[in-house]
Design a protein around this ligand. Sequence first.
Ligand code: SF4
Length: 262
Amino acid sequence: MTGSDVRARNEALLRWYRTNKRDLPWRDIGDPYSTLVSEIMLQQTQVDRVIPRYESFMARFPSVHDLARAHRIDVLEEWSGLGYNARAVRLHEAAAIVSRSGWPEDLTTLPGVGPYTAAAIGSMAMGRAEPAVDTNLRRVISRWLGAPLEGRALTEAAQSVVGEPAGDWNQALMDLGSSLCTTKHPACDECPVTDFCADPTVYSSPRPQARFAGSRRELRGALVRAHVRGADLRDAGMEMGRTADEVDRAIADLSAEGLLPA
Ligand code: SF4
């Protein structure tokens, strides 16, 4: 594919995005804190569930300084129900660093911020030309190029095709991947870049989801919620049919991670 094909594909993608983009409360704000909060919430939670929780969180902690000053239990209370509570702890720690020292050049030095989240914040709120490589982007770009890409090959491929502005390009890929270029049944007839796509069958089998009921994650979430409402933690765990050993181990781990008081 020539450079002009790559440009034409990006122009078609961005045109489609401007007309079809989802109306999300953290979009087009250009504020790294809003992007950080939304991206941390989106790490393991669906967009529809995140929207009301994001709005409530931002109403309670409107700036990075407000979040940094908040008590941990208030942050966990506001996070309650989103699950994976370690995310709230890391977000709180990141806010403390940013409030004290400003945004670091290397965003991955912040707790909870990996390469994807750093690229999302950098491109959407700091004008950086970085592709935010997640499973959606991996699937779409692999289909564009006609081969399943992983690791370094994927990162280099994404860097070679990223459009401008990169923030819009990343969000366009997220929307394309969640609406048309889905895992099992890509809607290629409706796709704005169908003329530039090598193989729609790449990555057409979803990976199996881990079972939640009866899992350690379920127990950990229940213990943190019990703590927030002031209930007895051991009782809460035992009522779920877990053994005393399991509950004690989970409490000890959560305390070590800062999710429960030591
Ligand atoms: S043409 Fe089909 S497979 Fe290719 S990007 Fe569009 S929806 Fe995905």
